[in-house]
Design a protein around this ligand. Structure first.
Ligand code: ZN
Ligand code: ZN
Ligand code: FE
Length: 765
């Protein structure tokens, strides 16, 4: 050994286990003539490296630069060590599995190397739907416990054949320690059934004949049938997107009237025939997380109208499992509808038995497989907007990747809200958001909530000391928190949590002016909030301004029937002498006539300052729609109808301890326009313009009052791109620093993060 050799100890934390990190280090060490060892430890990966200083420096640098695709380094500590004169470099046994704190990789789309093998008729995995390697495949959804190795995954029932075992054991193989490693000889298979559970085909792939079950699946889809297809995080319901009858049948059977269906296409050129791919859309579509990306529709397209009626966008994804690729290469589809397999708002089906029971009336055929899914995970939904990726749903491909926080946190479990529920667990500077759990209104979703909470605590090895929850006493998530034992319970106001969520992901310091715009959240006064400007810090907030409350005639019914909101605003503005408008003709007279009395006597008419409801109400008032089939539908259509206009309605606020923004001047303006038959496109645009100017003016007023120059935007209403873009530009023009969501959704799917961080801050005070 040369005398100028020095030694380094390199400790690496992050997602560094089960992603091919040690073989990567091994190869890199060989390249630079490094001797020493690499091992997995409880905290990540530990390297002892000896070489001359130049090679050692290059080695250390290239670890960060060339790390494997699924690896994510959160921390790398290099310190000098004593030279032990190792002769070569080797991977040694894992050390100290106690207190494991390494991160678990999300599920990732099949990689290019695996696809090449899968399409090669001479490869032993030809047409094999479960091909994977250290760079790709299932992770989070098949893990039951830690440490992450095969006996703790749903692959434990498939002992590896000698060929697979040899790959698994060979540090120079790209399947070294790939826990889900499998082949047609030893691994899982697909099976095609009809709804009477007759086996139609078995996908014994691996020989030249390819995969029979997949070929038949493609034929059935081509013939217009609906298939339940088992994927990575659950079943999809699939249909040929160019077949209007098939898509309509799927809508009818699934009980989903108008909410858009997601599409999957084989490649970018196919997508370009029906949707616009601009800016960073391509990067999002082809990323290994493979989210559903919202893309603007092309005017002339061959996709069935019923895929996303009344919507300017398609939600589109590329294939992400080997099985998806096989289906597309067997059938020449421009696009398939690939929607989560569930009955309306229940959780996505993952179990083979369950799929026949619960989806027997929806699917004609079932393509199932025998690799169990331990934890369901829906497809993620993103859009590219103003140079950022914006999540509408953060789930498969991203969970359980943590959000990185600025400060160390005590262990907290945050239970989320009611709709679009996620939970959040914290450890150190990491906030782990769960996958999308859904709307906690039915028993199935609640079970899934409990399961996810238990599962995440186990695989992340977190014992929460604090449990944070919403203030709404009737949320199932609140009840869960209040009934739990052994943890400090902390209630966090809904909109405070929204704003803190935005602050936390941006690693900013408070206080801020927080614009929290959403459909509904329980206020500290017991009324329903949702059009709020808060002055917020992590541990406290003050309501600086809000929309003036209006009645919600019929409470929850007013969410499903926005015409009730329209009437609520009219009565609030004009009293009983409200004007007759065209939208009222669609509603039975006796339904309308009871509402003034309901409001007067305060029967089932809670008050709300919600901006989401204001959008709903104005959409109904313009005659866009009087009822909705999913939350926010009317508001969304009002946004999509917006055309060009530089006009405004009168907007004002009333001073007091808290600024109050009456809706009446705006309502009066819109009523005038409706009666004058001004096109809805113009009304919508003027409505947006008005809100943007009004809230920007108010922010300036609050800056004068408080000196605060930072604004955080959060809440589901910011999914409205016209409003969010307008607010951001207008505030920036006025020299505010504007912070928005790009790591978690602005809707209630991101609220658990804010609850966790606010809860910890409140507890530590
Ligand atoms: Zn691969
Ligand atoms: Zn095998
Ligand atoms: Fe909310």
């Amino acid at each position: 050994m040369h005398s100028d050799r020095t030694a380094n100890k390199i400790q690496i934390n992050g997602i560094v286990q089960g992603v091919g990190f040690r073989p990567f280090v091994f190869q890199l060490a060989k390249k630079h003539g490094i001797s020493g060892t690499v091992a997995n430890t409880s905290a990540g990966v530990l390297i002892h490296a000896e070489a001359d200083s130049q090679n050692l420096a290059d080695f250390c640098r290239e670890i960060g630069e060339k790390k494997p695709r699924l690896a994510h380094i959160t921390e790398m500590r290099i310190s000098p060590a004593v030279t032990e004169n190792f002769k070569d470099f080797s991977i040694i046994q894992s050390k100290g599995e106690h207190g494991i704190s390494t991160l678990i990789s999300p599920d990732m789309a099949v990689c290019g190397d695996c696809l090449r093998e899968m399409y090669d008729p001479h490869d032993r995995r030809y047409a094999y739907p479960f091909i994977n390697c250290t760079n790709c495949g299932p992770r989070y959804t098949i893990i039951d416990d830690i440490p992450y190795d095969r006996p703790h995954t749903s692959m434990k029932v498939f002992p590896m054949c000698p060929d697979c075992q040899a790959e698994y054991d060979n540090p120079e193989d790209r399947r070294f320690h790939a826990q889900p490693n499998a082949c047609p000889v030893c691994g899982p298979h697909v099976f095609l059934y009809d709804k009477e559970r007759n086996l139609l085909a078995e996908g014994k792939s691996g020989d030249k004949s390819g995969n029979d079950a997949v070929r038949k699946t493609a034929d059935l889809l081509k013939a217009g049938h609906i298939l339940a297809i088992k994927g990575l995080g659950g079943f999809h319901l699939a249909a040929d997107a160019e077949n209007p009858q098939a898509v309509s049948r799927l809508r009818e059977r699934k009980g989903r009237a108008e909410k858009p269906f997601a599409l999957m296409s084989a490649d970018l050129p196919s997508i370009r025939t029906y949707a616009e791919i601009t800016g960073d859309d391509e990067k999002l579509l082809t990323s290994q997380q493979r989210p559903i990306v919202l893309l603007e529709k092309k005017a002339d397209n061959s996709i069935a109208e019923s895929v996303s009626p009344g919507n300017r966008y398609f939600g589109v994804m590329l294939p992400y499992t080997p099985l998806h690729y096989l289906i597309f290469s067997s059938g020449n589809f421009r696009a398939l509808v690939m929607t989560s397999a569930n009955m309306s708002e229940e959780p996505i089906v993952i179990d083979n038995e369950e799929v026949f029971e619960r989806l027997g009336d929806i699917a004609d055929y079932f393509l199932i497989h025998n690799r169990d899914i331990y934890l369901r995970s829906d497809d993620s939904i993103v859009r590219h907007h103003m140079g950022e990726r914006r999540f509408l749903r953060r789930s498969r491909g991203y969970a359980p990747m943590p959000v990185f926080l600025k400060e160390e946190m005590p262990p907290v479990l945050a239970c989320g809200a009611e709709l679009k529920n996620t939970v959040c667990l914290t450890k150190g500077k990491n906030a782990f958001l769960s996958q999308h759990i859904g709307d906690l209104e039915n028993l199935e979703t609640l079970d899934f909530f409990h399961l996810t909470v238990r599962h995440l605590q186990r695989i992340l090895n977190i014992k929460p000391e604090i449990i944070a929850h919403d203030l709404h006493p009737d949320y199932m998530s609140t009840r869960f928190a209040l009934e739990s034992e052994g943890m400090e319970k902390i209630g966090v106001q809904h909109h405070h949590a929204h704003i803190v969520s935005c602050m936390a992901e941006n690693q900013m310091d408070g206080p801020v002016i927080g614009l929290a715009f959403d459909g509904s959240g329980y206020g500290t006064d017991g009324s329903i909030w949702g059009g709020e400007i808060l002055i917020a810090d992590f541990h406290e907030f003050r309501r600086a301004a809000h929309l003036a409350p209006v009645p919600m005639p019929g409470s929850a019914a007013a969410i499903r029937e926005p015409w009730r909101m329209a009437l609520g605003y009219l009565l609030d503005t004009f009293g009983d002498e409200y004007p007759e408008l065209p939208f009222m003709k669609q509603i039975a007279e006796e339904k309308i006539s009871v509402i003034p009395a309901m409001i007067r006597r305060q029967i089932n008419c809670p008050m709300t300052s919600s901006l989401g409801r204001f959008f709903d109400g104005m959409a109904a008032l313009c005659g866009i729609r009087s009822t909705v089939t999913f939350e926010g539908q009317a508001a969304m259509e009002l946004e999509m109808m917006a055309g060009e206009s530089a006009g405004f309605y009168d907007g004002e606020w009333q001073s007091g301890e808290t600024y109050r923004i009456p809706t009446a001047p705006i309502v009066r303006g819109i009523v005038r326009d409706v009666r004058n038959r001004v096109p809805v496109s113009e009304i919508s645009r003027k409505f947006h313009n008005t809100l943007i100017r009004l809230f920007s003016d108010l922010c300036e007023q609050i800056r004068k009052d408080t000196g605060l120059k930072q604004v955080a935007l959060s809440g589901g209403v910011f999914q409205n791109v016209l409003l969010s873009e307008g607010m951001i530009r207008s505030l920036e023009q006025r020299n505010f620093r504007v912070f928005t969501h790009h790591t978690v959704p602005c809707n209630d799917g991101g609220i658990s993060l804010g609850q966790a961080v606010a809860g910890a801050a409140m507890f530590c005070r």
